[in-house]
Ligand binder design. Structure first.
Ligand code: SF4
Length: 383
């Protein structure tokens, strides 16, 4: 198990202008929230984290949410300065912030750029205004174009957008139109997610009442295959099951997760993984503020057994289309090999043609047949 200080840093800003109908992330409607007190508490967590596990060199930062771009430009400036005060950010670090197209004017994007942000991931989801409204997003398609233009004007060119498929009432044609519009923006990175109906969301309540018109399963599969086809056809590498990039623009931060490497996780509801322990922070805003006044605001911390860490390694690693590497496995688990530990599921999945040898990395990867059946493959490594 890797024991060095994490080189990746995740920070959670748990506020959004409103709650999307499918969202089960730790996020709270902004109005009336003590945002400045939250930023104070976050800085206290940074201080305590740096004392408990001194950072050496941070290579990737990811500020997610929630919607980090609900911060005002002065709050943004203060927040980003606090990150740099407590973590030694490498000069070539990838520094990503999630953004909502409805909350990104030029002032804010300039404050982000000045504070070190050099990559932005926009939650676009669709280029169909009717669909955006139906899923509870606050932005419209014009906001998307304006935000991308503002980001470029502010000097951030490493941009990604998220699109969703399998949305209620969405047709394959509608998705095809959204992808064409997304590709016309000529961005270096695209993330494409299928809708999952999660508990405690408005969509779940509608689903339970049989009032959520989800596309049939075969359409959902057709949508995923169409996305792969269009993105790879446009020259993007399909490097992770849901992610596509031009060469050199793969998300370095997310690759940390998929390689099962350690990362700091700060903020309400954030997860972290370091020195063989995973933690989850307290989710509620006031309980988080109260806890951070005197201690690391942990909800739970669990030691990860070697067995569990090896399973995680396979489960998240196979999400990358390059596959899992035997050398990486040996580095994390000295004296063990993938074949010794996972002989049975490997043989079964190879026989089914869902995975194949990945000679380039000396390991295994999803086959073409296995890509749409990823969840079945990942599940095979969990005891
Ligand atoms: S913007 Fe993102 S985090 Fe906020 S409610 Fe919508 S899906 Fe959830």
């Amino acid at each position: 198990m890797l024991t060095h200080a994490p080189k990746a840093l995740y920070i959670h800003i748990p506020f959004c202008t409103n709650k999307c109908h499918y969202c089960d992330f730790t996020s709270y409607v902004l109005k009336g929230q003590p945002v400045d007190a939250y930023l104070d508490a976050l800085e206290r967590e940074m201080v305590m984290t740096a004392e408990a596990l001194p950072p050496e060199e941070i290579r990737t930062v990811f500020v997610g949410g929630g919607t980090p771009t609900v911060l005002t430009p002065p709050q943004m400036e203060r927040f980003l300065a606090s990150v740099k005060r407590h973590f030694p950010i490498h000069a070539d670090a990838e520094f990503t912030m999630e953004a909502n197209p409805g909350t990104t004017d030029l002032d804010k994007l300039q404050a982000m750029r000045a504070g070190g942000v050099n990559r932005i991931s926009f939650g676009v989801q669709s280029f169909d205004n009717g669909l955006l409204e139906r899923i509870g997003r606050i932005h419209n398609v014009d906001d998307v174009y304006r935000s991308i233009e503002n980001a470029r004007t502010a000097g951030v060119h490493n941009l990604s957008i998220d699109l969703m498929f399998g949305l209620p009432g969405q047709s394959v044609e509608q998705l095809s139109d959204s992808v064409a519009k997304a590709l016309a923006l000529d961005l270096p990175h695209y993330s494409l997610y299928g809708l999952k109906v999660e508990e405690n969301t408005l969509f779940h309540a509608l689903y339970e009442r049989n009032e959520l018109p989800l596309p049939p399963e075969e359409d959902e599969l057709a949508m995923y295959m169409l996305l792969i086809d269009r993105l790879t056809g446009a020259g993007y590498g399909h490097y992770e099951i849901s992610n596509f990039a031009k060469p050199g623009f793969e998300s370095r931060h997310n690759i940390t997760y998929w390689r099962n490497e350690p990362y700091y996780g700060l903020g309400a509801g954030a997860h972290g993984y370091a020195r063989g322990e995973r933690h989850v922070n307290i989710k509620g805003i006031q309980p988080y503020l109260d806890a951070a006044a005197s201690r690391l605001p942990r909800l739970e911390t669990n030691a990860v057994s070697e067995e569990e860490a090896m399973e995680d390694f396979m489960m998240v690693g196979l999400r990358m289309l390059r596959g899992v590497s035997g050398d990486d496995f040996a580095r994390q688990f000295p004296d063990r090999t993938i074949e010794d530990v996972f002989g049975e599921p490997l043989a079964r999945l190879l026989k089914l043609g869902l995975i194949e040898s990945a000679d380039a990395v000396g390991g295994y990867r999803l086959s073409q047949k296995g890509i749409p059946l990823g969840n079945e493959v990942f599940g095979a490594f969990i005891s």
